[in-house]
Design a protein around this ligand. Structure first.
Ligand code: NAP
Length: 374
């Protein structure tokens, strides 16, 4: 049952991947009426996620081909709501963003996606939809990673006078100019963690300091691991977030920095070989299979799986519906910079965005493109 279903078409176009590494195509899929607690969003903007490439080129978590692509962020307008269930106060006409995944009806490369209201955030005044589309996926990832994989506190609302028990412990964020990394810095700074060491290419260091980094290192410079170990001193680094998960690019250097007791949260999948025009990518999801014997005894490796964040009942009910909008409204978290991917049709924009992911064109920014046809 829904309030405005009559205004919705029964079918729509969506972008599909017909086979691994094949060119994308358009397909026709149903527009799903909202079940209790669900809303329908007219998709205006989507932000590509590297997971789109991991799926299209690597077949990662693809149950069967063809599949409707689009697991990244989305920004649009609520056009229909269920007439029952917890709608988190959402109504027709609200400007919203969402991090939704799983079934095809939630994919962000179709005009209408149908999604539980707890996976939706209202966009506060003053933030454009393309900018807002960059937020949900990786801001949610940060809450999940920090609490579940590092075991650190991010209480909400922050109790008066609360400071983290380990406020001065070093937290090393490798890949800090990635979308995940930029949200890590902003969240940890706000919650009072004040020893945030960022690793990125040098051109991003000033902006990362603005987001909360207290020291920056350039991973493209030889000897960066030794420079970081020297900076850490005897206290070492109890917490590391590897925002990239590249076996040679991030995990090998981190294996020279982590020590007995270090917890390392790694964004899955771990990348053995990146996708290129010539070669298929190779991925690994089991941390035990990566650089075995090269980590110090007592290092705790954790593969991050944000798709399980709903197991945390508090985050399920409040993270996207309440915490994300509040952080944006109060200016605590700024959306990522974004680059618009142009093209005359939905399919052209989708293909270009996928090609740009394969070329690793994004540096300190998201790739954002329009979904609703003009
Ligand atoms: N498992 C999960 O729950 C989960 C959740 C979210 C994301 N992820 C995964 O996490 C990864 C990152 O996602 P994202 O959206 O944040 O990526 P992104 O923004 O597209 O990442 C691009 C950035 O990666 C940086 N980078 C590349 N190689 C690097 C290296 N060796 N050292 C340091 N920085 C490096 C680049 O930095 P410079 O420009 O400074 O060179 C660039 O700014 C993806 O593989 C994604 O699928 C997993």
């Amino acid at each position: 049952m829904s309030t405005t279903t009559a205004q919705l078409p029964s079918t729509q176009s969506a972008v599909a991947a017909p086979a691994r590494r094949a060119r994308l195509t358009l397909t026709t899929v149903p527009v799903h009426t909202p079940a209790p607690g669900e809303v329908v969003i007219r998709v205006e903007w989507c932000a590509s996620s590297p997971l789109d490439l991991h799926k299209a080129d690597g077949g990662l978590v693809v149950p069967s081909w063809p599949f409707v692509v689009g697991t990244g962020g989305v920004a649009g307008t609520v056009v229909s709501t269920a007439s029952e269930g917890d709608l988190k106060g959402l109504g027709v006409g609200d400007s919203v963003i969402s991090f939704a995944w799983g079934s095809e009806k939630m994919a962000n490369t179709q005009q209408y996606l149908t999604v539980p209201a707890y996976l939706v955030s209202r966009i506060p005044e003053g933030i454009s939809k393309p900018a807002a589309s960059t937020v949900s996926v990786n801001l949610v990832t940060v809450f999940h990673t920090v609490t579940k994989d590092l075991g650190l506190g991010l209480p909400w609302p922050i109790p008066s006078g609360w400071t983290p028990k380990v406020a001065d412990a070093a937290i090393l964020i490798w890949g800090a100019s990635s979308s995940v990394g930029m949200y890590v810095l902003q969240v940890l700074r706000h919650w009072g963690y004040r020893n945030l060491i960022a690793v990125s290419s040098g051109r991003h260091h000033d902006s990362l300091k603005d987001l909360g980094a207290t020291a920056c290192f350039d991973y493209t410079k030889p000897g960066v691991e030794a420079a970081i170990v020297k900076h850490l001193g005897a206290a070492g680094v109890p917490y590391i977030i590897d925002c990239i998960g590249s076996v040679e690019g991030t995990l090998r250097p981190l294996s020279k920095i982590a020590h007995d007791g270090t917890r390392v949260a790694i964004m899955l999948p771990m990348i053995i070989r990146d996708a290129t025009e010539e070669e298929e990518p190779l991925y690994e999801s089991d941390t035990a299979n990566v650089l075995p014997g090269e980590w110090a005894d007592g290092v705790v490796l954790r593969g991050v799986r944000t798709h399980f964040y709903l197991e945390n009942e508090f985050f399920k009910e409040r993270l996207q519906s309440e915490i994300v909008p509040a952080l944006l409204a109060q200016g605590i978290v700024k959306p990522n910079n974004y680059r618009l991917v142009e093209g005359v049709s939905l399919l052209e924009r989708a293909q270009k965005a996928l090609d740009m992911l394969r070329q690793r064109a994004a540096s300190g920014e998201r790739l954002v493109w329009g979904v609703a046809e003009e």
